[in-house]
Design a protein. Sequence first.
Length: 151
Amino acid sequence: MGRQGLEPCCVAVILCSFRFRLPTYRRIVIVIVIVIVIVIVIVIVIVIVIVIVIVIVIVIVIVIVIANAEYLAKTDDMIVVAMTSNPAAVPYSFVIDSSDLASGALNRPGKVRVDKIYTLSQSRVVAVFAIVKNHVLNRIQDEFLELTKQS
């Protein structure tokens, strides 16, 4: 009897030190499949990032609804003016802060852009977080009249 209880003609389990090698064409196919999978994963990640960026950009629009209640009840649309936090001086705009609100609050002053008037679907409203006082609506009307005044 030899080491580890080996005898001639016995069946033994051994650990091999040689590598199993695929034929060359199979290795090439496997590498191509791996590259394709990696490219697909990268494309999926890029698409997800683009969708997230688009969603973030769409969500951060703040407007003041200037249409009256009768218009809002009769249509699915709303007429709005833009609001921005950009402090740049532009004609037909003015700054409001929390003291200009009948309810709600602004975390910082905002600039009302009377020259940026839009018609949007009411279904696009995600949340109402404040109501402006009447003097703000009056100022929007005054700025709009000045904007459209013919000389």
